[in-house]
Ligand binder design. Sequence first.
Ligand SMILES: [Zn+2]
Length: 287
Amino acid sequence: MFFATFHLSAARCIISHMNETLRILSIFAHPDDEIGVGGTLAKYGHNGADITLVCATRGEAATIFCDDCATTETLASVRTDELECSRRALGVRHLRWLDWPDGGVSTVPEPEAVAQLTPIIRQFRPHILFSHPEHGTYPHPDHIGVHQRVIAAFHAAADPAYRPDLGPIWATPKFYVRAIPEEVFDLIPGFRDYRIKLNGQELPFHIDSPEHIHCTIDCTDSVDARIEAWRCHRSQHNPQGTFSVLPADVQRRVFQVEHFRLFAHHLPADLPPHESLEWGLPGFDHA
Ligand SMILES: [Zn+2]
């Protein structure tokens, strides 16, 4: 298999095929949500892809898990710096903030959000869009709210009737969302019963069925970058968190493969399961 022997020159050849550089736009709710696709961003970012990360909130409403690194007053600025650190570790070129309220994405009216996101899509012209799945991965209202606004903007950016003043239309070829298959739950002790605590609720992670795993990316070569990026988010490291207590070798095994569902696309046809973001992209080699 080609990606089993992935190396730098081959990567440059693929992601810059026909003089076009692969452009990836990731839109997430909070600083640290990018870690869920971190191995893939690092793999492509360090091999020449042009990546923009958009973070909807500054994460100012989060629990602070470090004693000395932040206060409620400084958390927004600390998390801004943490995401900047993660951006560098992952090889992400551009970072943009929407400054939506943390914990209050649903209060941003959808038409306003779409008018903010559409020019980003139309200007950057991504081949690949990443965001939260419709169920949030775990049902955090901000994740679900961002997903709803991103899918609306994905369609609006391609619609000639929608706000021509916001730039020439762009039909993003692929919109992927993160997926977590059963096998990842098998790898991590206690993951099935793990709950994210949020406002008195306990939120479980979503298990994706095999038919929802459309793209599997081998991140063996970018595991270290993903771990480095994860370490940047010090204010969010729950010492009892699932990943904090994982033995290093298990953490590496979990991080070395990432899975995605092709949630929506502007391609001539649906794609069979594939192992690279370029697969099926017109103009890109996917041998
Ligand atoms: Zn989040």
